[in-house]
Design a protein around this ligand. Sequence first.
Ligand code: APR
Length: 239
Amino acid sequence: MAKTYKNIVILTGAGISAESGLATFRSENGLWNNHKVEDVATIEAYWKNPDYVHDFYNQMRPELMVAKPNKAHLALTELQDKYPSKINIITQNVDTLHEKAGNKNVWHIHGQINQIVCMNCGHVFETWGDISSEDVCPQCGIAAMLKPNIVFFGENLLYMDKVEKLLQTCDLFISVGTSGVVYPAAGFVQVAKFAGADTIEVNLEETSNNYLFDRHIYGKAGEVLPHLVQELIKQKEEA
Ligand code: APR
């Protein structure tokens, strides 16, 4: 009998957005090849030179605002529409391509490029425009405390209580387009596996925690993920 699942968790990384034209972080022309992480993605860098950090994300916003979801994101919408089970998407990506594709239950553990958080009062608001240290929080009125709502190295991830519960109760964990080198996200597969989940990795190549995956599907996510989704839907229909 074909196996079916009740609680599916999908972890996505920059690789799922690559076919939408967005740069990943660690490929040869990745974001971390043209900027040092310690200059633009740490909380220390933000406090030391907030406007240098603001400029990095200000330049990123227009491209991400117009980016379009690709077949991989759309395949997840089809899975959520046609596979009757709880399907949650935990994404490390700060783009909004999952939402643009119609994906539901998306958890941005590293935050979102179109959100700003006030470091004084915690207020989060949306904008696709530029932010600088001159801007004032619309909630508390304090200036120079606005930061992209993006989790910097040295900060806590978002939604981790929810993520823990999802990982502890899932019976299928699918990782799509992540190099598996940044923790805690890189450790999620182990939590799921120890909780008894089947684990599948979708990537162009073998990754550093590939030993934790029961199955590897190598190829571009936009090409191979739709086939995996069809296989899962068919299994469910035949069950
Ligand atoms: N299809 C599938 N996988 C792909 C594709 C594609 N078209 N293109 C690239 N990949 C894979 C690469 O092989 C690589 O394993 O996507 C992965 C991208 O890895 P990274 O660039 O390291 O991005 P990611 O894993 O999302 O980084 C995690 O690191 O710097 C932090 O906050 C940042 O969220 C990011 C985190």
